[in-house]
Design a protein. Structure first.
Length: 457
């Protein structure tokens, strides 16, 4: 924000001092509204918006404390600076406790006023930016921004919406790249804990010897290299949500300590003797079969049941092919915004290629492929060559024979499924394997296709 965009309210009952302050701050480039006395300042506060309020503390009638309280009530984002004599320092300190940004003791130098006002403006801008980023972040993880029109994903979204407002632990399962952390963040940012921290911990990425210290913290001298005490992430979450990603990688001894922390709602730092209470919601995720790990003795059954109070499973992308066009177009819009040339869509051949690919890396792989396509595209439409994927499975390439010059996504999907069925001799089991979906999913597609055909007859 430029100085001339900053609006200051100056309240002082000494006309000479008021004029001096007004001239000085205007020379600094600020837009200054100078008023004689507190009553006029209150009237301005109720009708105009200010970035900074500079007011004398001791004034007849309405004093600086009343102006502070009024400002906190009607426009709390404004920064209030009090000017006071040395005899009133105690009152000024009380004003700081009530929300004043700073105070300046009289007599002061105008350079001091300039510095304090500048810092107040900077603080005001930083707070405004933080609020903007927080709203942007909350908007990014609204439920409607989780994409998927398939029945499987609609069921997931409905479940997320039901559990977000509660406090129960959630276990999210699914293959790598299905968006488990995105779901965890959506749960947090749509919960009562949204204004507190979301703390992600990748249990597979932190060495086993350090993971306990990261979670619980440690006291000074707890181990070699512990030259200072450190708060653990279980305390840093402070009323928010702790996200334990890849929780299946957590070593068994540490699992017991995490279970105790969940049950007792308290933690003990490594090497410490005192416990500290924790306030958090726990969301965990795993791309491994935790039930199988429990059977194999690799994961504690009591911890599993503590984590999986509400289980949410994310299906792989190959089982929800109908979501591919929606996701691909969303990623295209995301990366096309920063592209040097306009990229408006996919060629029919490129979209058919996306529909045919098995996507072992799931949504994350799809995003990477689309980003590549946007960066390599030399035209307005992404081509097959831009994607860098094979056109189809080994059974034969997908062709556009029989389709119009610009087929719809539904027509492409129907044509591709029909071609695979033809190539496999209508063997549903083999066709499902080629398509990378379950027989149940293929059957659901065929029912939709037949219903659509009947509606046209």
């Amino acid at each position: 924000m430029k100085a001339e965009q900053v609006k200051l309210l100056v309240a002082e009952d000494d006309p000479e001092m008021l004029a001096l302050l007004e001239r000085h701050l205007e020379r600094e480039g600020y837009h200054v509204i100078a008023v004689n006395g507190g009553a006029l300042a209150l009237g301005r506060l109720r009708t105009e918006s200010f970035d900074v309020v500079l007011t004398d503390l001791k004034m007849p009638g309405v004093d600086g404390m009343e102006i502070l309280r009024a400002s906190r009530e009607v426009q709390p984002e404004a920064r209030v600076i009090l000017m006071t004599a040395y005899a009133s320092i105690d009152t000024a300190i009380q004003a700081i406790r009530e929300g004043a940004y700073h105070y300046v003791a009289k007599p002061f130098r105008f350079e001091e006023i300039s510095l304090v006002v500048s810092k107040a403006v900077e603080d005001r801008q930083l707070r405004a930016e933080n609020i903007r980023l927080q709203r942007e972040l909350e908007g990014r993880y609204r439920f409607e921004n989780l994409l998927g029109k398939s029945p499987a994903m609609q069921a997931v979204f409905a479940l997320i919406q039901r559990v977000a407002g509660g406090e129960s632990n959630v276990l999210i399962t699914g293959e790598t790249g299905t968006g488990k952390e995105l779901v965890a963040r959506a749960i947090h940012f749509n919960s009562r804990r949204a204004k507190h921290a979301f703390v992600p911990v990748n249990c597979a990425a932190i060495p086993e010897g350090l993971l306990e210290s990261e979670l619980f913290g440690h006291v000074k001298g707890a181990f070699t290299g512990a030259i200072a005490a450190q708060r653990g992430l279980l305390l840093e979450v402070a009323g928010g949500t702790l996200f334990l990603d890849e929780v299946g990688a957590m070593p068994l001894p540490l699992q017991a300590k995490v279970l105790r922390a969940i049950q007792e709602r308290e933690v003990r730092p490594v090497g410490g003797s005192e416990t500290c209470p924790v306030d958090m919601r726990l969301v965990a995720a795993s791309n491994r079969d935790l039930k199988a790990m429990v059977t194999a003795g690799e994961f504690r059954d009591d911890l599993y049941y503590r984590l999986a109070v509400i289980p949410i499973h994310l299906p792989p992308l190959r089982e929800r092919v109908e979501d591919i066009p929606l996701l691909a177009l969303a990623f295209l819009q995301k990366y096309a915004a920063g592209a040097t040339r306009p990229v408006r869509g996919f060629s029919p051949q490129a979209m058919s290629c996306l529909l045919a690919h098995p996507w072992p890396g799931n949504v994350r792989e799809l995003e990477n492929v689309v980003e590549r396509g946007v960066n390599l595209c030399a035209r307005e439409e992404i081509s097959v060559e831009d994607l860098g994927l094979n056109m189809g499975p080994a059974g034969g390439e997908f062709t556009l024979k029989g389709l119009g010059p610009r087929p719809t996504l539904r027509e492409l999907t129907r044509a591709y499924i029909s071609q695979i069925l033809d190539q496999t001799g209508n063997d549903k089991e083999q066709a499902a394997r080629v398509l990378g979906v379950s027989e149940r999913t293929l059957y659901r597609w065929l029912v939709k296709r037949d219903q659509s055909d009947n509606s046209l007859s």
